[in-house]
Unconditional design. Structure first.
Ligand SMILES: O=C[C@H](O)[C@H](O)COP(=O)(O)O
Ligand SMILES: C=C(OP(=O)(O)O)C(=O)O
Ligand SMILES: [Mn+2]
Length: 463
């Protein structure tokens, strides 16, 4: 059984920890500048909601978080590749068996293709079971002359364009917790219960290959087929490959949610976020002296930081010093999201500066957030070709500098939505009216996601 498929055993004490952590520095963020938070402290349900969260069991165990940090350490060393994927904004109504399992299946399908291309383990993470809070460019939204507060994710307010829906409601945090628990339960059942058998995942990919639009991936699909048949013939232990590690991740934006779910690990006496295994800081909240960087610097979880086109080498140096002062491999991931037009120009100086520091950073590419455009018919969208162009830029820049391009961060779904343009079986604007479902950013649909995995797999096999 490969190390990556070993299931971590949480300690009993960690498993039962409850009650918000009391630990020096965990409340320092409260006196620091903070962005993108709802003003709901005077809401009658604010205190009780936070208390409720602080009493619920942790969603993830500290022991699992430690295993993920180790996996990401392998990726820093170029021994594993990371795949993070899921909704831009999860929804409460999206907590259904069909929707969750098709997203997990799609991520597993992508991972098989990437594993083959990279000839390496793929560390799988869902933007799932907690990806509910959204930073917005504007505090207000105007439609047909009516202006209301922006939608900030269902953990804060409602999507409906009414005054009432847009009022922040702290009880939503409790609903987000329960939704995350239900999602994580299905993730665990699906990935630990034998349904993720490598052979089944590969069989699902045959459905994708049956579409004549994907004929150009035939050769790669056949190679994977042969590799699996070879493994079978050689007596590989497929029982062990029936289970796979799968981690949860979200943007740690809403600190009123993260704080009560931070717990002290009884083994080490150190604070862990137990809302997810991996947390990241968004592009809009990564100020070095801000609340988010301070709060996450105090947790043991592996941390990501989104890095956009305005980031400077000095910004990255300060983030490294604050978030990974010990230089631990796997602790810090930079998720670059430059946009296809800027990546080749902006990324090299950043990668070089990290190399000069000798800092162990994992570089992951988010080819989504720098490529958002508005379609002619008024939808927020992204072009498949731009997503691919950014990814190619990411691989080329790292290749030229001798740095390791360690992973992929996608907004995607397992459903047949129409939100991003293009792909071999192309989506065009006319499909948006019927199949545009996202409440925030446009996601690649099932087919587009798999196609991207085939294309990245080809690029990885050349590294
Ligand atoms: O998911 C990312 C951000 O929340 C999103 O891109 C912001 O979108 P907006 O510019 O529509 O506010
Ligand atoms: C808000 C997001 O991204 P960014 O912070 O990179 O804009 C996101 O990942 O949904
Ligand atoms: Mn997004």
């Amino acid at each position: 059984m490969s190390e990556l498929n070993a299931i971590p055993t949480p300690s009993y004490e960690t498993a039962v920890s409850s009650g918000a952590a009391d630990y020096p520095g965990l409340d320092d963020w409260r006196s620091l500048p903070i962005k993108q938070q709802p003003a709901w402290q005077d809401h009658p349900d604010y205190d009780s909601s936070i208390k409720e969260l602080s009493e619920y069991p942790p969603l993830v165990f500290a022991g699992e978080v430690d295993v993920l940090r180790k996996r990401l350490g392998q990726a820093v060393r170029g021994e594993a590749f990371v795949l993070q994927g899921g909704d831009c904004a999860e929804t409460f109504s999206g907590v259904t068996a069909n929707k969750i399992s098709s997203r997990i299946k799609t991520i597993l399908q992508m991972a098989v293709v990437l594993t083959y291309g990279a000839s390496m383990p793929v560390v799988k993470m869902g933007r799932m079971a907690g990806q509910f809070a959204k930073p917005r460019s504007s505090d207000m939204e105007t439609r047909d002359g009516v202006t209301l507060p922006s939608f900030r994710g269902e953990i804060i307010n409602g999507f409906d364009f009414t005054e009432e829906a847009r009022i922040p409601d702290p009880k939503r945090m409790v609903q987000a917790y329960h939704s995350s628990a239900a999602t994580l339960n299905l993730i665990r059942a699906f990935t630990q219960g034998g349904f993720a058998d490598l052979r089944s995942v590969h069989a699902w990919n045959r459905g994708f290959m049956a579409n004549p639009a994907h004929a150009r991936y035939d050769r790669l699909a056949k190679e994977i087929d042969r590799a699996i048949r070879f493994m079978e013939a050689a007596g590989a232990d497929f029982e062990a490959l029936k289970r796979t590690e799968f981690y949860s991740a979200h943007e740690a934006l809403l600190l009123d949610y993260e704080r009560p779910l931070t717990r002290i690990d009884s083994r080490t006496g150190l604070p862990y976020a137990t809302s997810a295994h991996f947390l990241w800081i968004g592009e809009r909240t990564r100020e070095i002296d801000g609340a988010h960087v301070d709060y996450l610097s105090r947790l043991q979880n592996p941390i990501g930081v989104k890095v956009g086109p305005n980031a400077s080498p000095d910004d990255l140096k300060a983030l490294i010093e604050k978030l990974n002062p010990e230089g631990e491999e796997g602790r810090l991931t930079f998720i670059s999201r430059m946009g296809a037009e800027k990546i080749r120009e902006n990324l090299p100086a950043l990668v070089k500066s990290v190399q000069d520091l000798g800092a162990p950073v994992l570089w992951v590419c988010d080819p989504m957030h720098g490529n958002t455009v508005t379609s002619q018919n008024g939808y927020k969208t992204r072009r498949f070709d731009d997503v691919l162009a950014e990814l190619r830029g990411f691989f080329d820049v790292h290749h030229e500098l001798g740095s390791y391009p360690g992973g992929l961060h996608m907004e995607m779904t397992g459903d047949d939505v129409a939100e991003c343009l293009g792909g071999s079986d192309p989506i065009d604007e006319s499909a948006f009216a019927d199949r545009y479902e996202t409440l925030c950013d446009p996601r690649l649909n099932h087919r587009q996601s798999l196609e991207l995995a085939f294309l990245v797999s080809e690029a990885l096999s050349q590294i």
